[in-house]
Write a new protein. Structure first.
Length: 225
């Protein structure tokens, strides 16, 4: 007996023809080969958004799905907070429960509603120190000033500065605060002014909180190496 196949065709009564064709726009960003991965999200039958994940730049772009000439968002607008890692070729963004997920070569990026935060002070000045002086520590405080959990990552700094302690975890509840302690070691610094920036990446509208670090080393009698 030869195998048979059943082909199910939809009834015309179940199909819907859109009376007003969607507009096409040619002012969207130009994507290279093999083109972006596309996903569509909506709130029921309203607020349709077209998400485009560019395989060459790793940018995630959002457009009004009924008018592609209207760009709503791009990760390139806040690279510090939003830019996915590389290795997104042949991948598409996944949208679920109001969140957008992008899988990369070694991490899963999650995009959702933002909150607000502040950090104070925004600069730590360790002053003038002799090369032989002991290390000095100063702290800054991060506060979640919004109504949602704040997701955050405390960045690294390099000698003569070091993050020696923090009460910050991966998340910070609304209205809660945490501290980050930085140490300045004169013996590891260069003669004269030493500068660096501590970057805290979080899920606030600002995206990244920067704290400038300054310390001056003096080397009397040629004590610096």
């Amino acid at each position: 007996m030869e195998p048979t196949a059943t082909i199910c065709e939809p009834s015309l009564s179940t199909l819907r023809l859109e009376p007003s064709p969607l507009r096409r726009a040619h002012s969207t960003p130009s994507y290279g080969t093999p083109g972006p991965g596309i996903s569509i999200s909506s709130n029921g039958n309203t607020n349709a958004v077209a998400w485009a994940l560019d395989s060459s730049s790793s940018n995630l772009d959002a457009f009004n799905a009924t008018n592609l000439g209207s760009q709503l968002y791009s990760t390139s607008s806040n690279v510090c907070r939003d830019q996915p890692n590389l290795a997104v070729k042949f991948k598409v963004p996944t949208v679920a429960n109001g969140q957008v997920y992008v899988g990369t070569g070694y991490q899963l990026s999650n995009y959702g509603q933002l909150t607000s935060s502040s950090i104070s002070p925004t600069s730590l000045n360790f002053g003038w120190r002799y090369y032989t002086d002991p290390p000095k520590k100063l702290s800054t405080t991060l506060t979640n000033t919004g109504g949602r959990n704040l997701y955050l990552t405390v960045g690294d700094v390099y000698a003569p500065f070091a993050v020696t302690g923090t009460t910050c975890g991966a998340t910070l509840a609304p209205n809660a605060s945490c501290t980050i302690t930085v140490q300045f070691s004169p013996s590891q610094g260069a003669n004269g002014a030493n500068n660096a920036t501590l970057v805290v990446t979080d899920s606030s509208v600002n995206g990244c909180q920067n704290v400038s670090l300054t310390g001056t080393v003096s080397c009397p009698g040629g004590q610096c190496l």
